[in-house]
Structures are given as C-alpha cells and as structure tokens.
Ligand binder design. Structure first.
Ligand code: SAH
Length: 341
C-alpha cells in the first residue's frame, strides 16, 4: 500500500475510480494535498466519506514522536518514527513571510563525520521519496508561512540515497511548485553524485561540506575524504558550477583551534580559486555541540578573523546564524533518540 505523499496521481485516480467518485475529485484531492497543503483529514473541500476512504488507503508514513519549539516559536523540530522503527528528524525555520524546511534523507548516516551527531550514531536505513516529501508537508501544516525553500541538510547523506532524493526533488518542484533554485542539496562530497546532479534537468542548488582546507585534516573530520579527496571534490564542484553556470556553496563548521587559523583561511581561499569567475560562497557555521566530539566552536574573534581573511582573499563569505541550538535542532545536532523499551 502506498503512503500519502509517496503515491502519485494515478494511484489516487485508481482509488477514486474504485469508489465511483466523479473525475473532478482527483484535481481537488491533489490541490488539497499540495496547493492548499492542509492535512487531508481537514480538507473540507472533499466530502467526509471520500476523505475517509483516502486517508485509510493512503496512510501517513511518519509518526510523530516529539515536537519541540524554540522560545520564539519560529524553529520547530520533529522527531518521527518511520516504518521499521527507525527515527528521523525534520526542522522548520519560519521567517516573516516564508519558511524553510530542513529534511532528512536517511535515518542515521554512514559518513561518520566526527563532529556530527548523526554521523556519531551510524546508519539505519535510506528514506523513501514519499518519506522525504512528507517531511515538507507535515512541517507546512504547522507553519502559517508558505514553505518556499527546502534544504537537504538534516540527517543523512542525500547523494548516498540518490534516486529517492532526486525523486523527492522532482515532486517538490512539480507538485509543491517550489523553484529548483530553492531546493538545496548538501553533500559531504560524493563526487559521482555531484557530477550526476550537474546533468539533471532541474537546476537545484548545491552545497558541499568542506570543513578543512587540506586532506590531512579533512581525513580526520570527514572520513569519506579518503575515498573522495579534496582535489576530486573541488573538481566535481567546478564541473557543477560551469555546467550550471551557478555558484556552489561550501559549508565550513568552525572548530576552535582545529580548522580556524588565518593560515587555514588562506589555504581555503587558494583551494577555491580554481572555481573561476563564478567564484564560490563559503558559509561558516560555528560548531554546534554534540555528545561525541570534544572540540568547541571558534571564539567570536577568531571566527571574524577567519571570515575577513577569506573576504580579503576574494572569497564571498557569510557566517551562518545559528538557529535551534536550544532544542538540539541546529546543524549537526540531529540524531535519533534511543527508543524507550
Ligand atoms: N550529509 C550532508 C548533509 C548534512 S548537512 C552533508 O554533509 O552536507 C548538515 C551540515 O551541518 C553539514 O554541512 C555538516 O557538515 C554540518 N555539521 C555537522 N555537524 C555539525 C556541527 N556539530 N556543528 C555545525 N555544523 C555541523
């Protein structure tokens, strides 16, 4: 049986046919799901009997375990249980007129980045495209602002679950009407996947998690660097940038006295120089605390110095505002809780 946001139009058509609903109900159902973006149970444009048939034929894939809000109420984090008992998290970030949803692409993650809570916990399973799309809709149901942006920056490595990720991207674009540029895929640097993305029809935004300007340090922080070393990652990023004519974003978690020296900033600028006229954009993320890593975030002065060295060397740089640390919803803090037995 298909789940609610995994089923395509033809599966809904079949069920509606089966209950002899008039043909215009299909469009209405689809609008309720993806245009009005309201829970199907509350979609009063559809008769109750029909709604009941649909909700029982197409159950939700995510069961809410917990929902936490920051004090301002503008960042919300869900912990969901999926089929098989694995747990994943989703974060909603509301702004005055729009909202961004940060989705998970896998339950857990196999990449084992040392400073990331998801990596520390290990891999459980891939999510299906329906499970990924549902995260956006369930967050939307809690947000007065329309979800305009989706970032694949929750749990998991999206390019290690390429097909489900890409299918989810296509659905968000086609059914939710989110523009491809506002769909961001963040990768640890799986280069075959990056090159494949460069050839897809939809021009999504690519973000690459770098965290170190040399292989020696990156091997320690991001173990998959042994398989896809920096030169290879930068080459794939250049291919993406030139094929798409789009600037690539690089994420860099700033860890005090580990990767935040002025010399490392200069090395990072040198590394990014070959990206050419389009240049690049570096997003500095002050390290968020996680249980399994002892490093601390860079102190503010060092962080500012790192940013200005990059800027002085011609690299477009921003320091990412941290949201959600109070509810463990910030970058790198997502992990499943041990199940209560
Ligand atoms: N696997 C993908 C998607 C995860 S995105 C990727 O690696 O890009 C989550 C982002 O937060 C990544 O850039 C990740 O490296 C970063 N991150 C992980 N742990 C963090 C931490 N403790 N503090 C700050 N950023 C962290």
């Amino acid at each position: 049986m298909s789940n609610r946001y995994g089923a395509d139009r033809s599966e809904y058509a079949e069920v509606l046919d089966g209950i002899a609903a008039p043909s215009y109900r299909l469009g209405q159902t689809w609008d309720a799901l993806y245009k009005q973006r309201t829970p199907l149970e509350e979609s009063t444009s559809l008769p109750l009997v029909l709604r009941n048939s649909l909700t029982s034929k197409f159950p939700l894939a995510l069961t809410e375990v917990t929902r936490a809000r920051d004090t301002a109420g503008t960042t919300v984090k869900w912990l969901w249980e999926v089929a098989g008992g694995a747990q994943v998290e989703t974060v909603l970030m509301r702004y005055p007129t729009r909202a961004t949803v940060c989705v998970s692409s896998q339950a857990g993650c196999a990449m084992a980045c040392s400073f990331c809570a998801t990596g520390q916990a290990g891999f459980e399973r891939h999510l299906t495209s329906g499970e990924i799309v549902e995260q956006v809709l369930r967050a939307q149901h809690d947000s007065p602002q329309p979800v305009s942006n989706v970032v694949f920056m929750g749990m998991g490595e999206p390019l290690a679950n390429y097909d489900a990720t890409w299918h989810a991207v296509e659905r968000m674009h086609a059914d939710l009407g989110i523009s491809a540029r506002r769909l961001t895929i963040s990768t640890v640097g799986i280069t075959p996947g990056m090159r494949r993305l460069a050839r897809e029809t939809l021009p999504v935004t690519l973000a690459v998690s770098l965290h170190a300007p040399d292989d020696e340090l990156r091997n320690v922080l991001v173990p998959v660097n042994r398989r896809y070393p920096l030169a290879e990652v930068l080459d794939a990023a250049s291919e993406f940038a030139s094929t798409r004519n789009r600037r690539v974003t690089f994420e860099y978690a700033c860890i005090g006295n580990v990767n935040d020296s002025p010399a490392q900033a200069r090395a990072l600028a040198r590394l990014l120089r070959p990206l050419g006229a389009l240049g690049s954009h570096v997003n500095l993320i002050p390290l968020n605390p996680t249980g399994g890593y002892t490093g601390a975030r860079s102190d503010p002065g060092r962080l500012r110095a790192f940013a200005s060295t990059l800027l002085d060397n011609g690299v477009n740089t921003t320091i990412r505002q941290t949201r959600g640390t109070g509810i463990d919803a910030a970058c790198g803090q997502l992990r499943s809780r041990p199940r209560v037995s």
